[in-house]
Design a protein around this ligand. Sequence first.
Ligand SMILES: C=C(O[C@@H]1C=C(C(=O)O)C=C[C@H]1O)C(=O)O
Ligand SMILES: [Mg+2]
Length: 445
Amino acid sequence: MNSQSAVAELMDRLDALSVSSLQGVIRLSVPYRVDSLMGWLEAQTVFPRGYWKARDAGAPEYATLGVVSAADSLEMLQADLAKLATLPGEQPDYFGGMAFDATSPGWAHFKNCCFILPRVELKRSQQGTLLTLNLRFDDRCGDHEIAEARAFLASLQQEQPLPPLRPHAYLRYDAPAQQAWSAWVSQVTHADQLCHTPKVVLSRETRLVIADDASKTPSPWALLGRWQAEAAACFQLGIQWNSETAFIGCPPERLYQREGTQLVTEALAGTTHRGADAQQDQYLAEALLADTKNSLENQCVYEDILARLEPLSHVVQTGEAHVLKLRSVQHIRRLIHAELHHTVTDQALLASLPPTPAVGGVPRALALAFIRQHERHQRGWYAGVFGRVSLASTELAVAIRCAHIGANEIRLYAGAGLVAGSQPDAEWRELDNKIADIMSLLNMG
Ligand SMILES: C=C(O[C@@H]1C=C(C(=O)O)C=C[C@H]1O)C(=O)O
Ligand SMILES: [Mg+2]
């Protein structure tokens, strides 16, 4: 169905609702024809706009628009999911994320925790594409809800071609600079520090300030469209709060996937670059798996996740360490599969698992204290959590390999896990590899 007839049909279906008998969440869906979800998001006039695609082959793509209700704490999110489960009507998906460190000020326009039940959801899966209008009647006047939904539908725009990404002149600033970084690595790897804090993940912020005539950042949806084409095996995410503030990225790392009580998670840490040919690539992969420093980085994550899952589940299966190959880097990964105790909620999982030592460190409190004391930039939603949450199933990524987009600058982040054996220059190169990959994808290489 094209855009106009889809909206017309949804309007008819809204008119046919009998308000007095409605309870809970009602979802009205119609088939929809769309070429690019990014092009559709680009064309809209309202905020927030969101995008989410999990990393499995064939995972559905979601574009979301507007807000029916929003939870700005895990308690609120879980309470709302539980409340909706007691009502007739459907159990909706919430989309959103959490900052790395709820105790730090974070980024303007980004709450520390924000999960949104969107007004409109465009979902493309193997079964086709559906445009869904979400309505809820448990906490508001039914007539008002319908009027609001009607006005929202009337504002929907047809998809547009994405603006071309042209090269920009920009100024680059890295914080910390290499000298300060080296001092940090020396400090973290000092025996007096390692004896109580065996791993700290420190990060660098790279600011790209647009310096040409337009001095305006490109469209986040054009950037994400370009980026995702090269990151098929990664999660793909975006949230745009207003015309000047967005967060996009393609993280390779899963925080967890939950289907009922079945939980799948992983330890992803330890990094090398890609080889120039297949033989060198294989050599680098084998050297990565055999390397003590990189194995230790991964081990810290693996053990911490297992320890945190211990009171919440029984672990059914753990996989061998193997190599995950990405466009410019390779990582060590270990998969973990657990069966959750029946009472365990996403709230409990999200209160315990993040920030994992893939982005924080061990022990958590000491590592976070080190990060707060030394890093001068705000991590905001970088290294936080992003994804989709519902009562039945949840999928969340660790928000690394991401960009924070402002009016005239793009901020990129890269972290490196520092453990015994970390060398300042090698860890600096690891940051450079991660950032160079993103910059080339953003047409700013
Ligand atoms: C923190 C990041 O990545 C993490 C650090 C890694 C490492 O140091 O080897 C590898 C993957 C992630 O666990 C990042 O990319 O920003
Ligand atoms: Mg590393």
